[in-house]
Design a protein around this ligand. Structure first.
Ligand code: GAR
Length: 210
């Protein structure tokens, strides 16, 4: 089976969506390890409950970003993944780390990239009065939240939406597109190479598949 390593920092609701998909034979592979830089992340419990190897790698115990990323590379490579999935992993990554897994690492971000890179995406979208918001799965490159988009889901912003309601709506879509993106990557349908992101060999537009 194809092998997936998932990196998290917190709740792990996207991880849960991947676990659920796997349990329904809809992931196209197996989550072989979950790694968190936050030792108390709830997602680690989700992994253990599903019988998945759960690893806490507290970044605070490393003296530099490079030392942490080096340790992270070692743990990941021990599990020989076909795909590395960042699911709410809230750490900047060094170029060395990104290069190591280039084309084999995806991230989920709570906005319609390239809009609202960084944090507080829902609050900023609301403040701007946008009518559409959403989430993106993208391949990870050295540019933070700037890698090419593979998949997006769009939600309509309602007049009475708050940060909390908008976040809930977007997260429901994250849980929908994350397992699909993983499956298509593992099947080799979704690729990131010299021609950019392709689906079944056809280059995708900047917003990816919607
Ligand atoms: C998700 O909403 C994800 O889009 C976001 O963190 C949340 C993690 O939730 N990621 C980022 O903001 C990345 N910059 P989860 O732990 O419940 O999956």
């Amino acid at each position: 089976a194809r092998r997936v390593v998932v990196l998290i920092s917190g709740n792990g609701s996207n991880l849960q969506a991947l676990i659920d998909a796997q349990q329904h034979d809809q992931l196209g592979g197996e989550i072989v390890a979950v790694i968190s830089n936050q030792p108390d992340a709830y997602g680690l419990k989700r992994a253990r409950d599903a019988g998945i190897d759960a690893v806490a790698l507290p970044h605070r115990e490393y003296e530099s970003r490079d030392a942490f990323d080096g340790a992270l590379i070692k743990v990941i490579e021990r599990h020989e993944p076909d795909l590395v999935v960042l699911a709410g992993f809230m750490r900047f990554l060094t170029p060395r780390f990104v290069q190591r897994f280039l084309g084999r690492m995806i991230n989920i971000h709570p906005s319609l990239l390239p809009d609202y890179q960084g944090l507080q995406t829902h609050a900023r979208a609301l403040a701007d009065g946008v009518s559409e918001h959403g989430c993106s799965v993208h391949f990870v490159t050295e540019e933070l939240d700037g890698g090419p988009v593979a998949l997006q889901a769009v939600v309509a912003v309602a007049e009475n939406d708050t940060e909390a309601t908008l976040k809930a709506k977007v997260q429901a879509r994250e849980h929908l597109i994350m397992p699909i993106a993983v499956k298509w990557c593992l099947e080799g349908r979704l690729r990131f190479g010299p021609k950019g992101v392709t689906f079944d060999g056809t280059p995708l537009p900047p917003q990816g598949l919607r």
